[in-house]
Design a protein around this ligand. Structure first.
Ligand code: COA
Length: 353
C-alpha cells in the first residue's frame, strides 16, 4: 500500500498542485500572470485583465476590441429562456445563476467558446432574474465594455464606472481559493465546463467565501463612531462570531486588494458613512486581534457607495471570477490527474451484520 500523508485540516498551507495563472506572491502582492493585480486594475480595462488571465498575455488593441465584441455579443438572452426565468420565480440571484448556468442550452462544444457564452450570460442571468422577479421591464445591455454594461444595469453613480471596473478586475482571480479548487476537482474528473462552473458557483456562495461581501453592510450600518466599532468587535469576538470582511487564509497581515479598494474610496467617497465605519472596525480589529480587513469589507462599501443593491454583491464577484475559473479549467485539463484524496477513518471497526 502507498504511504499516506496527513495534512492540516482545511489544507491550510498545503501545496496541492502548480499553477501559472496567479499567486499571492512572496512580496505580499497578488500577481496575475506575474503582473501586480492592483497595477492591472489601475491601468487596464476589464477585458485586458480577462484576456491576460485566460491566455497568459495581454492583448494588443485589436485583440482586445475583438474580445470585447465577442463577449458583449453574448450579453443577451432569447425569449424562450426568458420564459424559463419567469417560470422559476426565485428571488435569490445567486441561486438563480447557479441553476440557469446549468439549464442554459449553449451553442458551442469548444471549451473557450463555451466559457465565453457563460461569461457573457452571467451578468444577464443576474440582472434579468432580479428584474423579472420584481416585475420590471428588461432592457438590452449596452455600454463601454463588459464591466460598464453590467454596471449601467445595477449601479446608480454611472460616473464612477471605472471604480467598479477596478473592483471587478481585483475579484477576477485568486489561485486555489475554495470555488476555484472545487472547479478544479470537478475538472479533474474531465467533466464539462458547465458542470465545473456549477460546482464553483455553488462553492462561491458560502459565507466564508464569496458570501462575506453581502453580510458586511448588515453591521456597518449600525456603526457611527470608534466606540461603536469597539463595542461591535468586542461583542462579536466574545460570542465567538466571525466578523465578515476580516481574516484570510493567505493574507495574514494585509490583503493588498482591500487596501487598493480602500484607497479608491478615499479618493471618491472619503465622507461616506459606511466607509468611515469600515475604517473604525478595521483599526480596532487590527489593534485587538491583529486580523486585517479582506477585500470584501471595502468591496461592500464601494458597491454601497456606487448605489448597487446588496443582492448583487455576490453575483458581481461571480461574474468576474468566472474568467479565473476559465483559466483554471484549462490548466487542470491540460495537465490532469484525478483529484481524489484519502481520509482517516474514525468510524466503527469492521463488524458482522
Ligand atoms: N472574525 C473574528 N475572528 C477571526 C476572523 C474573523 N473574521 N477571521 C479569523 N479569525 C480568528 C479565528 O477565530 C482564529 O482565532 P483563534 O486562533 O483564536 O481560534 C484565528 O483568527 C485564525 O482564523 P482561522 O479561521 O483559523 O483562519 P482561516 O485561515 O481558517 O480562515 C477565513 C480564513 C476567511 C475563513 C476566516 O478569516 C473568516 O471566516 N473570515 C470571515 C469571512 C470572510 O470575510 N470571508 C471572505 C474571505 S476573502
Amino acid at each position: 500500500m502507498t504511504e499516506e500523508i496527513t495534512v492540516p485540516k482545511g489544507l491550510a498551507n498545503v501545496v496541492v498542485d502548480s499553477t501559472s495563472i496567479a499567486t499571492t506572491g512572496s512580496s505580499g502582492h497578488l500577481l496575475y500572470r506575474g503582473y501586480r493585480a492592483i497595477d492591472i486594475a489601475e491601468k487596464k480595462k476589464f477585458e485586458d485583465a480577462a484576456f491576460l488571465i485566460v491566455n497568459g498575455r495581454l492583448p494588443d488593441e485589436k485583440e482586445r476590441n475583438q474580445f470585447t465584441e465577442s463577449l458583449m455579443k453574448q450579453m443577451s438572452l432569447d425569449s424562450t429562456f426568458i420564459n424559463v426565468i419567469r417560470d422559476i420565480k426565485e428571488k435569490d440571484i445567486m441561486r438563480n445563476i447557479r441553476t440557469l448556468v446549468s439549464a442554459y442550452h449553449y451553442r458551442s462544444n469548444d471549451v473557450d467558446d463555451l466559457f465565453l457564452e457563460m461569461e457573457g450570460k452571467l451578468p444577464v442571468f443576474s440582472v434579468y432574474t432580479s428584474m423579472i422577479y420584481d416585475g420590471k421591464n428588461i432592457e438590452n445591455f449596452s455600454g463601454d465594455g463588459f464591466s460598464d454594461a453590467f454596471f449601467r444595469k445595477i449601479g446608480k453613480k454611472i460616473e464612477f464606472s471605472r471604480s467598479y471596473e477596478k473592483l471587478m478586475i481585483l475579484y477576477m482571480e485568486h489561485e486555489f481559493n475554495a470555488s476555484t479548487f472545487a472547479l478544479r476537482v470537478a475538472a479533474s474528473t474531465l467533466t464539462d465546463p458547465v458542470s465545473a462552473v456549477t460546482a464553483a458557483l455553488a462553492t462561491l456562495k458560502g459565507p466564508l467565501h464569496g458570501g462575506a461581501n453581502s453580510e458586511v453592510l448588515s453591521y456597518l450600518g449600525s456603526i457611527h463612531s470608534r466606540d461603536d466599532a469597539k463595542n461591535y468587535v468586542e461583542q462579536s469576538l466574545s460570542s465567538g462570531k466571525k466578523i465578515m470582511g476580516f481574516g484570510h487564509r493567505v493574507y495574514k497581515k494585509k490583503d493588498p486588494r482591500a487596501q487598493f479598494v480602500k484607497s479608491e474610496l478615499q479618493k471618491i467617497a472619503p465622507d461616506h458613512e459606511k466607509f468611515k465605519a469600515a475604517t473604525y472596525v478595521e483599526e480596532y480589529m487590527f489593534e485587538k486581534k491583529g486580523i486585517p480587513a479582506n477585500v470584501d469589507l471595502y468591496a461592500a462599501v464601494l458597491m454601497d457607495y456606487l448605489g448597487i443593491e446588496e443582492k448583487y454583491y455576490l453575483p458581481v464577484f461571480a461574474c468576474s471570477r468566472i474568467f479565473g475559473w476559465h483559466a483554471h479549467y484549462k490548466e487542470q485539463v491540460e495537465n490532469n490527474k484525478l483529484i481524489r484524496p484519502a481520509a482517516q477513518y474514525i468510524g466503527p471497526e469492521e463488524r458482522d451484520l
